[in-house]
Design a protein around this ligand. Structure first.
Ligand code: FPP
Length: 241
């Protein structure tokens, strides 16, 4: 049985869900932010180590300004409203990404919530904001080169420079909304992740579906490029494919 401890989700389908109901795209984001709370709660119940949600990518800056502003307003509202949930459930809240372009108020609320939850010991709840996998990789490489010119970069050196350096691997990557791509999310960390693409748009994604996906994936055999030895029931090294 695969142990699923570190999970990441691409929360997609908000806009299409709203438009299919003759609403503005914003409506999908509003409904989608309520789903974030439910899924964090379920991640706590499932005793996951981490839950990383893709809230705003480096590419999302190219969306129309009103949509970008609404997303940041929702983020602020969400953090203020859900602080008690995070505190009650011993959740550590962190942001992964470059948030220098966010409004000052949003950055302040992020920093306050991070500080308020930093001493907790439960679920690591990470929001990827201003995040891009390629950007993260380049930053880590450049940070190493600037302090160690001419030296070879090891995996340890590299992962220690990622945004969330205590989560070098994720076990499961879920994408809602029906598309089957990873859209520049956790490119390094998802190298051996199990993938799950569901048709359900994010505003309709439920705790039940989340739990079912984790149960289904827990039954998969994960080989990490190795072969399972039938006799010993343990992993034996093989070719790295
Ligand atoms: C993708 O849906 C979703 C986003 C770009 C943002 C995700 C934001 C939320 C779930 C709400 C706010 C978040 C928090 C943490 C409070 P899309 O609009 O690209 O959907 P589409 O593919 O149907 O257009």
């Amino acid at each position: 049985m695969a142990s699923i401890r570190d999970v990441a989700i691409i929360m997609d389908g908000n806009g299409r869900w709203a438009q299919a109901r003759a609403h503005k795209r914003m409506w999908g984001h509003i409904r989608g932010s309520a789903v974030v709370s439910n899924i964090v709660e379920e991640a706590v119940n499932l005793k996951l180590n981490s839950l990383t949600l893709y809230a705003f990518s480096t590419e999302n800056w190219a969306r129309p300004l009103p949509e970008v502003s609404i997303l940041f307003k929702l983020l602020k509202k969400f953090l203020i409203k859900e602080r008690n949930l995070l505190i009650k459930n011993n959740v550590i809240f962190r942001v992964a990404g470059d948030i220098s372009g966010l409004p000052v108020v949003a950055r302040e609320i992020i920093a306050e919530t991070e500080n308020m939850t930093a001493a907790h010991t439960g679920l690591k709840f990470n929001l990827a904001i201003g995040y891009g996998g390629r950007d993260e990789i380049l930053r880590a490489c450049n940070s190493f080169i600037s302090t160690n010119p001419g030296q070879p970069l090891t995996q340890e050196d590299f992962t220690s420079r990622l945004y969330l350096n205590d989560i070098p691997e994720i076990d499961l990557l879920i994408r809602t909304g029906g598309d089957m791509r990873i859209s520049n999310f956790l490119l390094w960390q998802a190298a051996y992740a199990e993938l799950c693409f569901t048709q359900t748009p994010w505003p309709k994604f439920s705790q039940d579906e989340f739990r079912q996906i984790i149960e289904e994936v827990s039954g998969r055999e994960r080989r990490f490029g190795q072969v399972l030895s039938n006799e010993e029931g343990s992993l034996k090294r093989s070719t790295n494919v």
